[in-house]
Design a protein around this ligand. Structure first.
Ligand code: RM4
Ligand code: MN
Ligand code: MN
Length: 411
């Protein structure tokens, strides 16, 4: 007989017994996993790619309504993805109330609003840090437009990423650019509704190659501190130099109340936007391990996927991303924290380390399958996707587009 996730009861019973032996409250862990929330990005459903090529995908979403419909499918399969991040102007519509209503009719809501400050010709030398006041004004106006869109759609997050930087030493004044950035951000911050948070994303290089104006978490943190309590840092897992201890950044920001949210993805070399957890599952686990140590501090952290798939099937890639994040979280939740504290207190270096690796090496798939069944879902969302025929249906209905619906440059 072929064994699959649909037949997980024996392995689940074994896992339950092991976890109970450790003194873990499995019911509470399941409850936490059921309330996990992961936002998916509209730009992951349209045609996307790299600066070298965009390969049109049969059935790729052509507009924001189709993107929302695809996101709703991912939510139906996984049960933990009820919101969608928008990119403006890629997802711009005339009637935001209508779009909000459409999202709600699908059981979805609008998540983070992401202004686009990198595709206008005017932004060649930057946006918020541009040497000319008129261009900075244009960038600020666009961010203010996004503040209004957040209001109209019920979104509580303004998520900012700047392509600003320079390519050659001496091209511009680094300190002046810092001043301009802060001044631009101040104007936006003061216009935000009280329920909205500003998430400041950093990235160490690209598209600028000599300096980036927001290159690291420390710069984003300094800006957030100056702006006020509703400005926080966004950690995009693909935006660090090789070897960076990302979980330490997470621990620090969480402890300071300045961890606003995540853009999850993976990369082997640079910002490649691969499926989260596909090359670095241990790092992802360690990030969740930090979050799981203080659920109260992590309560308002916004968990978002930021990936644009190049050669892989869009919806399947999205679902697999969600499963990888769930796996990391489940493993973090089964860390024996009492044993860990004991080992740490007596300086048992490898004993403490093995408490963590023991959780990481545990197969949590039966636990997640059980959680899904209790949520009324198929225990294996990828099989459910394949059985649903959604891919074939959308490919037939939508066809192969010219690759423009996603916002990526295609010319
Ligand atoms: C950046 C960054 C932003 C995303 C853009 C398109 O590398 O990750 O979050 O909006 O790409
Ligand atoms: Mn990002
Ligand atoms: Mn990125």
């Amino acid at each position: 007989m072929k064994r699959n996730m649909a037949d997980h009861s024996e392995t689940y019973a074994l896992l339950m017994a092991n976890l109970a032996d450790k003194g873990l409250n499995v019911e509470a862990i399941k409850q936490t996993l059921k309330s996990q929330h992961l936002e998916t990005p509209s730009w992951g459903y349209g045609d996307s790619g790299t600066r070298f090529a965009v390969f049109p995908w049969p059935g790729a979403a052509r507009d924001v309504r189709e993107k929302l419909a695809d996101a709703a499918m991912v939510h139906r399969l996984t049960g933990i993805c009820p919101s969608v991040a928008l990119h403006i102007p890629w997802d711009k519509v005339d009637d935001w109330a209508e779009l909000r209503g459409y999202a709600e009719s699908l059981g979805m809501r609008i998540g983070a609003i992401n202004p686009n400050l990198f595709q206008d010709n005017a932004y060649k030398l930057g946006s918020a840090c541009h040497p000319e006041a008129a261009v900075r004004r244009r960038a600020v106006e666009h961010m203010l437009e996004c503040v209004e869109i957040a209001k109209a759609t019920g979104s509580t997050l303004l998520s900012l990423w700047f392509a600003d930087g320079t390519n050659y030493a001496g091209q511009d004044s680094l300190r002046e650019r810092k001043h301009r950035l802060l001044e631009s951000l101040r104007q936006v911050y003061s216009a935000m509704s009280p329920q909205v948070r500003m998430l400041i994303e950093y990235k160490f290089f690209e598209p600028a190659f000599y300096n980036t104006d927001l290159p690291d978490w420390g710069t984003a943190y300094a800006m957030a501190l100056k702006l006020g309590p509703r400005a926080q840092v966004l950690v995009d897992t693909g935006h660090h130099p090789q070897g960076t201890n990302v979980e330490q950044i997470v621990a620090f920001l969480l402890d300071e109340g300045k961890l606003g949210g995540f853009h999850f993805n993976a990369r082997k070399y640079a910002d490649d936007d691969l499926i989260v957890g596909s090359v670095n599952p241990f790092e992802l686990f360690l990030i969740y391990n930090e979050l799981a140590t203080d659920p109260e501090a992590a309560r308002d952290v916004a968990y978002m996927i930021d990936q644009s798939h190049n050669i892989e099937a869009k919806i399947e890639a999205r679902v697999l991303s969600v499963l990888n994040v769930q796996t990391a979280y489940a493993r973090a939740l089964i860390v024996d924290r009492r044993a860990l504290a004991e080992r740490q207190a007596v300086g048992d270096v490898l004993g403490a380390h093995r408490v963590l690796t023991d959780a990481f090496e545990t197969d949590v798939r039966p636990l997640l399958a059980q959680v899904r069944v209790e949520m009324g879902l198929h225990p294996d969302p990828i099989s459910a996707l394949k059985e649903s025929g959604y891919g074939e249906r959308t490919a037939k209905e939508r066809g192969v587009s010219n690759g423009e619906g996603g916002g990526f440059p295609t010319a």
